[in-house]
Design a protein around this ligand. Structure first.
Ligand code: AMP
Length: 208
């Protein structure tokens, strides 16, 4: 079984949802840089204050901030790890390779129209970071998180104009990682469109 796994793919392609599910099933840690940054913003930490303007506009937070944050997180983490939304640049991937040996990179394949349709209907939990889709994965009670009962919200960066910028940034800065990990023989691709259960089964087969 692979123990250091990276989930790569455009925003809204299912990395968070499947990362949560897989980490529970395998007893792994899920490290989401997006979740860590949003929490830092809520807690008004120095990192949060620096990161806010980048996140709000759909740009990437500078590599030095992210790499320091990940270095600290890894040093406190034991056991298997699923990285969700990290690395997002070649610089971050090079830095990660100094600390850990990657077993598999799962690339979630999804077109822009599907990303936009999904993200505009996404609602997130501010407390436990669970994500819902208003149509395909709706909470049992309207606007309330099934897991922790908090009120769900729409992320500021899940609005159409910002999503388009996030997609442009993804193409420019993150897509080169597909080739980067492919050349290292670590990349497998999963179709991000379809039923959540079916995609999850595909992911499990790929990491066996
Ligand atoms: P996510 O929740 O993964 O969609 O991330 C939300 C936002 O946080 C991104 O649009 C970036 O602004 C920032 N972010 C998250 N992870 C990273 C990363 N690895 N590198 C740079 N910025 C990041």
């Amino acid at each position: 079984m692979k123990s250091i796994i990276i989930f790569l793919g455009p925003p809204g392609s299912g990395k968070g949802t499947h990362g949560d599910r897989l980490s529970k099933e395998l007893g792994y840690n899920k490290i989401s840089t997006g979740d860590i940054l949003r929490e830092s913003i809520r807690n008004k930490t120095t990192i949060g204050n620096k990161a806010k303007k980048f996140i709000d506009s759909g740009e990437l937070v500078p590599d030095d901030i992210i790499i320091n944050l990940i270095k600290e997180k890894i040093s406190k983490t034991k056991g298997g790890i699923i990285f969700d939304g990290f690395p997002r640049t070649v610089e971050q991937a090079d830095a990660l390779s100094q600390y850990l040996d990657i077993d598999t990179v799962i690339n979630f394949d999804m077109n822009d129209d599907e990303v936009i349709s999904r993200l505009t209907k996404r609602r997130s939990c501010p407390k436990c970071n669970a994500v819902y889709h208003l149509i395909y994965n709706a909470p049992l009670r309207s606007k309330i998180c099934d897991i922790c009962g908090s009120e769900l919200y729409q992320r500021d960066d899940d609005r159409e104009e910002t999503i388009r910028n996030r997609l442009a940034v993804y193409r420019d800065k993150t897509m080169p990682l597909i080739d980067y990990y492919n050349k290292k023989g670590l990349l497998v691709t999963v179709n991000g469109i379809g039923s959540i259960d079916k995609i999850f089964e595909n992911i499990k087969e790929l990491i066996q």
